[in-house]
Design a protein around this ligand. Structure first.
Ligand code: NOJ
Length: 561
């Protein structure tokens, strides 16, 4: 085996979006005590690590990704005492807790920003990025906010603009300022000393901005320019992360995973290479951003399987022996994978959800499961714009429909396909009102299919998606081959099948997945081992993959020596 073992390589992570997971006090908003009620459920599923999306104090312009106090808990979610109880109960069960670290920006209600905007010579002025207006009082450059519109906001109090790559209530921190960096590191150590087990780092690749602030190219129907080439993987990013590692990360036995907006496999080696002294892993988005349309992410296209295979396989091979992959289909920023890469019709939803699980979680890397994925939750497809809550959806609708770029109907199709709220509807626990999520009125409508698709129904059924996830997680845990084996893509040109081999110390494994709703012929090739065993399969008869045809969405894992 050419890999060094590490607990975070052998873990399965479960992401909780607290607002939508479990409400315990009937206010319609998920909370920390709600999570505590569900810890036994997570333990039984078999996950090792819980990643909590932000729970810090926040005015919730972007559901907690706009923090106004890093060392306080959001009132709607509970108290610091509740948090301490949660952490202790997670540890009692032998699980770990990873928090979200959002340090590219704060809320505009954070005391640092309140100070910063109050005068040009305030000691906190340089904690943020202020620039003089360009000619005729225009913004300093043409960068687009990632939520549409300009990334600059004019502040009349001091007659200057501040940068906000997300909403105007999320001003960007100035990482050029060493004092600001020291304050962030101090805050991270405070959480470390409380006993948390690591951080998922929000848009970490965006901390260092090109200090010349050049205009970006306008594309995807956006009247503003793309600043990513100047703030993604910026000039000092690795210096900052090495410093963070020295000052904080190296002092704890942590798992760290960076959100790598604009990060390709080559760049990932710099952030998370085994000798980089920065982070453990990166999230990349290449596989969930395939096949963009003329308006970028706002489209209703399906990905081409050959491209999907090429992207995922490139990450597998380029990181081999040098860095560690993170494996995810779903999170709170993307639509539900079963609706997007599988098939959410009643006939194929369960089969295709299981097939997707096999396909990704038999690869090398740390699996991340997003709440509800383990029961095959689907996109919500709300027809009325008013049912959506996401600031990004509101913004893009305003700009694209308001600006006459697309019609209402077209935009609704795109929102139903790629909008973030698809993943943010309440967790479906049972078939009681609101799916058992709350006794009050949920902050966002539930998906009406909770009556059929819910945890309670699936826990009691041997062939459910939930039971399948449990088996898959248990299988990974027992197997060095699955955790550490090398990866090799087979049949790269096949448009319908995803087939790959894993290998470790003479043991071999073949994963075969049919991504279509049709039978596909499959030719067994020499050297693929005719003797062996089926490790897991999503059709009940567990037959050998040598059979000649694969049924719709069939997935089989075959092991031999
Ligand atoms: C990425 C987060 O995952 C997303 O939800 C958020 O809107 C942005 N970063 C800004 O923090």
């Amino acid at each position: 085996m050419n890999e060094k073992r590490a607990w975070w390589k052998e873990s399965v992570v479960y992401q909780i979006y607290p607002r939508s997971f479990q409400d315990s006090n009937g206010d319609g908003i998920g909370d920390l005590n709600g999570i505590r009620q569900r810890l036994d459920y997570l333990k039984e599923l078999g996950v090792d690590v819980i990643w909590l999306s932000p729970v810090y104090q926040s005015p919730n312009d972007d559901n907690g990704y706009d923090i106004s106090d890093y060392q306080a808990i959001m009132g709607e979610f509970g108290t610091m005492e509740d948090f301490d109880g949660l952490l202790a109960e997670i540890h009692e069960r032998g699980m770990r807790l990873v928090m979200d670290l959002v340090v590219n920006h704060t809320s505009d209600e954070h005391p640092w920003f309140v100070e910063s905007r109050s005068s040009r010579d305030n000691p906190y002025r340089d904690y943020y990025i202020w620039r003089e207006p360009a000619e005729q009082n225009a913004a300093p450059n043409n960068w687009a906010s990632r939520f549409r519109g300009s990334a600059w906001e004019y502040d009349p109090a001091t007659g200057m603009y501040y940068l906000h790559i997300y909403s105007r209530k999320q001003p960007d921190l100035n990482w050029e300022n060493p004092k600001m960096r020291e304050d962030i590191y101090r805050m991270m150590r405070w959480w470390g000393d409380k006993g948390i087990d690591g951080f998922r780092m929000d848009v970490i690749s965006m901390l260092s901005k090109d200090q010349r602030y050049p205009d970006g190219v306008c594309r995807d129907g956006n009247p503003y320019g793309d600043g990513l080439p100047y703030y993604g993987n910026g000039p000092r990013i690795h210096e900052f992360l090495k410093e963070m590692n020295r000052e904080v990360l190296s002092r704890y036995d942590w798992m760290t995973v960076g959100e790598g907006v604009g990060v390709g496999a080559k760049e990932a080696l710099q952030y998370a290479g085994y000798d980089s002294d920065e982070l453990n892993m990166m999230f990349h988005f290449e596989h969930v951003e395939l096949n963009p349309g003329p308006y970028g992410k706002w489209n209703d296209n399906r990905a081409d399987l050959r491209e999907l295979k090429a992207v995922l396989s490139r990450w597998q091979t380029e990181l081999e022996g040098k860095a560690w992959n993170s494996l995810f289909w779903d999170n709170h920023d993307y639509p539900r994978s079963v609706s997007r890469f599988g098939n959410d019709s009643p006939r194929y939803r369960e089969l295709s959800a299981k097939m997707l699980a096999v396909c990704l979680y038999m690869m090398k890397g740390t699996p991340y499961i997003y709440q509800g994925q383990e029961i095959g939750m689907t996109n919500c497809g709300f027809r009325d714009l008013k049912d959506y809550r996401d600031i990004e959806i509101a913004r893009v609708y305003e700009e694209m429909v308001g600006g006459g770029l697309v019609s209402h109907d077209e935009m609704m199709r795109y929102i139903n396909h790629t909008g973030r709220d698809n993943a943010r509807t309440p967790m479906q626990w049972d078939d009681t009102p609101h799916g058992g999520f709350t006794t009050g009125t949920p902050w966002i409508r539930e998906n009406p299919n909770y009556v059929d698709i819910n945890v309670k129904e699936q826990m009691g059924r041997k062939d459910s998606v939930y039971t399948f996830y449990r088996e898959l997680i248990a299988l990974r845990r027992e197997s060095d081959l699955i955790q550490y084996g090398t990866y090799h893509l087979l049949l790269p040109e096949d448009e319908n099948l995803f087939v790959y081999r894993r290998e470790l110390d003479g043991e071999k494994l073949l994963t075969v997945c049919n991504f279509t709703d049709r039978e596909q012929t499959f030719t067994w090739q020499e050297g693929w081992g005719t003797e062996g065993q089926v490790l897991i399969a999503n059709y009940a008869d567990n037959r050998k993959p040598t059979h000649g045809t694969l049924r719709p969405y069939e997935a089989i894992v075959w092991k031999w020596t």
